[in-house]
Design a protein around this ligand. Structure first.
Ligand code: ADP
Length: 319
């Protein structure tokens, strides 16, 4: 293999730039030429492809977002779109591709591999919802952003003796809500992976009240319902007035944490090693602090699991 490509696709995540840098530098270190594909699969179909040098990825390890930009591309879900993509890659002499993104982006990468073009996936999403890895690039940074917000909201919640409902991202996964709730000392965490009981929440709030606690933080994962919807349900059940804070897209931005930069560097490096071994159809990940790889088909067979022991612990610590 002499030339490889790299693209970012789907929702952006902090640390994607650190991963691009690792891919480019490791590839050049091993004598490969690297091409950046701009705007995800959309740019692949349309030939938005440019050679990257060592300097092209200078000064980006600490920047949020992705210098290659990201996009969603419906056309790429068709075989026609995928074949067009392969034509573009061939026109540039590119023989292998690294795709940094989430589950949807992996499906595109698998489709290309099935058509004979080797691709490696790197998990980049704040949702931490990809099987085959304990952590995705961007999760740690988003978690720290949420914690920062929770700590600030706690100040005003306690000054005004209020109950706050904080809606956090995560799509169908509860990881961000769970980790943020545990790290931020939330009294209640509501995640899609487990049911909740309004009676139990009511009992907890009353118990807290009885021991003089007048404020409370409730974290709701967006995959369950919106913060406003939950506030309405809580009001119907308890007649309690609450304040709702929807953190929104700030969770996707910002400079990646050290943990995300290191993870991105390790995963990016492994992706290149695999392409150098002429292997494709794999996604890299981290398990027990070791870099691993799994077949895309294996990843699609599994469902992401949230750590329910941690969920139990969060309940035990917030009695
Ligand atoms: P993420 O990668 O963050 O999960 P999306 O689900 O939006 O984000 O997927 C990103 C892009 O991946 C889509 O816009 C599309 O171009 C491509 N993609 C998604 N699903 C498929 C599929 N089944 N086959 C081929 N390409 C897909």
């Amino acid at each position: 293999m002499k030339r490889i490509g790299v693209l970012t696709s789907g929702g952006d995540a902090p640390g994607m730039n650190s991963a691009i840098r690792a891919v480019v530098r490791k590839a050049i270190y091993h004598g490969l030429e690297v091409f950046g594909i701009y705007q995800g699969y959309n740019g692949l179909i349309n030939g938005m492809i440019k050679k990257l040098e060592l300097g092209s990825v200078g000064d980006i390890i600490h920047r949020g977002g992705t210098i290659l930009r990201s996009a969603r591309c419906a056309e790429f879900k068709t075989q026609e779109g995928q074949k067009q993509g392969i034509e573009q890659l061939k026109a540039f002499g590119i023989e292998g591709l690294v795709v940094i993104g989430g589950d949807g982006s992996y499906r595109g990468a698998k489709a290309l591999t099935d058509l004979g073009f080797p691709c490696i996936g790197i998990p980049g999403t704040i949702d931490n919802d990809i099987p085959g890895t304990e952590f995705t690039i961007g999760f740690d940074t988003a978690l720290n952003t949420v914690i920062d917000a929770v700590d600030k909201i706690r100040d005003t919640a306690s000054s005004h003796e209020r109950t706050f409902i904080i809606e956090v991202m995560g799509r169908g996964a509860g990881d961000l809500a769970l980790w943020a709730g545990l790290a931020g000392g939330a009294e209640t965490i509501i995640i899609p992976e487990d049911s909740y009981s309004m009676d139990d929440i009511k009992r907890r709030l009353l118990k807290g009240h009885e021991r003089g606690k007048k404020h409370s933080i409730i974290i709701v994962a967006e995959g369950v319902m919106s913060g406003n919807e939950f506030a309405q349900k809580l009001k119907e059940a308890t007649n309690m007035e609450t304040r709702v804070s929807v953190l929104g897209h700030i969770q996707r931005g910002g400079s990646p944490t050290a943990a995300d930069r290191v993870l991105a560097s390790r995963l990016g490096s492994r992706a290149i090693e695999l392409l150098l071994e002429n292997r494709g159809g794999l996604a890299v990940g981290i398990e027990k602090n070791k870099i691993v790889e799994h077949d895309f088909s294996e990843i699609f067979r599994e469902n992401h699991q949230v750590d329910l022991n941690m969920y139990k612990l969060s309940k035990e610590l917030s009695i």
